[in-house]
Ligand binder design. Structure first.
Ligand SMILES: [Zn+2]
Length: 341
């Protein structure tokens, strides 16, 4: 059992070093540095220093594409899309969104640029976090119609017409059909596969965390197809949507699915997102982590934070409960996850 901590690469070095000390002494063995396009293109020296600091403390270092091209988890603006808005996805209602089209060659080129920049800091693995196309339901600006879907741009229509990604050809439908769903999934995988191969050639593993969506959900990806790709070395999903009293049941169910699919093939993990979790939820967190460990996952990864975030300040102003301090969370997790070995 390994315990990993997700940590923003934009953190100040002095603060990050103290946090890395705390992680290492708690028994954490993996740090997942979340590297945005800005971090990779404009602060690569800073990221390299963090990688060296983490490795110097005996930690395995993974790099995650924080919000890169609007296609991965973490949020933030994409420099690539600001420089070249023609690569944006288009919804079926005609509006453009701040995420890149997987069938546009420019998108592949920008992803390669980000990847080359982070391969330059010599991580052990890339932690590809939640690759997905735009879903209007999750848009905080509610800019597009709720029933619209992406990507329906000219490149995607052309790819569909030419039968790429096993599309049936003809005119790209406006309805969200099963064929459209498969086409979107294959388009995204078609973008990721060369990136996985590129990382592999550099001696860097690919660890994939997918959204917990299943079935017909527009964010669902086919796990079997992903595991069938040549260079996927680890697979997992979120343990729960939120750490509450029912998180342990959810974590047990999702962890069991991860174990069932990955056992004997690649390492399986579950991820907890702890941003802004209340201090009073410590017991629920411990129960959820214990449930995931009992299910037999190889790794538990938690996404965490280096400082009090503005959202915490707002919560405190509204009289919301105090957040669980990061160091406390790491120790709770380490005691639970590693104590159960
Ligand atoms: Zn497109």
């Amino acid at each position: 059992m390994r315990l990993g901590v997700g940590y923003p690469a934009s953190a100040r070095l002095g603060h990050a070093r103290l946090d890395l000390d705390e992680m290492a002494s708690a028994g954490v063995s993996v740090v997942v540095l979340e590297v945005s396009e800005e971090d990779a293109f404009e602060r690569a020296v800073h990221v390299a220093a963090l990688v060296d600091d983490a490795r110097g403390r005996g930690l395995e270092v993974r790099v995650a594409p924080r919000g890169v091209l609007g296609l991965f988890a973490g949020g933030g603006a994409s420099l690539a899309i600001a420089r070249d808005p023609t690569i944006r996805q288009r919804l079926t209602d005609g509006s453009f969104v701040p995420a890149a089209c997987p069938n546009d060659h420019g998108t592949g080129a920008w992803l390669e640029r980000w990847l080359d920049a982070v391969l330059g800091v010599r991580p052990d693995a890339i932690a590809w976090a939640e690759p997905r196309l735009w879903v209007p339901l999750h848009d905080p600006w509610h800019a597009g119609r709720r029933d619209a879907w992406a990507c329906a741009c000219a490149r995607c229509a052309e790819a569909w017409a030419l039968g790429r990604h096993d599309a049936p050809g003809g005119v790209l439908p406006t309805a969200f059909t099963a064929e459209v769903r498969d086409f979107r999934r294959r388009s995204l995988i078609g973008l990721l596969e060369p990136a996985f191969a590129r990382a592999h050639r550099a001696g860097v593993r690919n660890v994939l965390t997918v959204a917990p969506a299943t079935g017909d959900h527009p964010e669902a990806l086919p796990w079997e197809t992903l595991l069938g790709l040549a260079y996927v070395d680890g697979l997992g999903t979120d343990a729960c949507n939120e750490v509450t009293g029912s998180a342990a049941d959810e974590a047990a169910f999702r962890a069991a699915r991860v174990v069932r699919v990955t056992r004997g093939r690649v390492d399986g993990h579950v991820r907890f997102r702890l941003d802004g979790i209340g201090a009073a939820r410590g017991d629920d967190l411990v129960a959820a982590v214990a449930a995931a460990v009992a299910a037999g996952v190889d790794e538990v990864v938690v996404r965490t934070w280096p400082d009090v975030e503005p959202s915490d300040v707002k919560r405190a102003a509204r009289g919301a409960p105090a957040p669980l301090p990061a160091g406390t969370a790491w120790r709770l997790l380490a005691d639970t996850a590693l104590g159960a070995r």
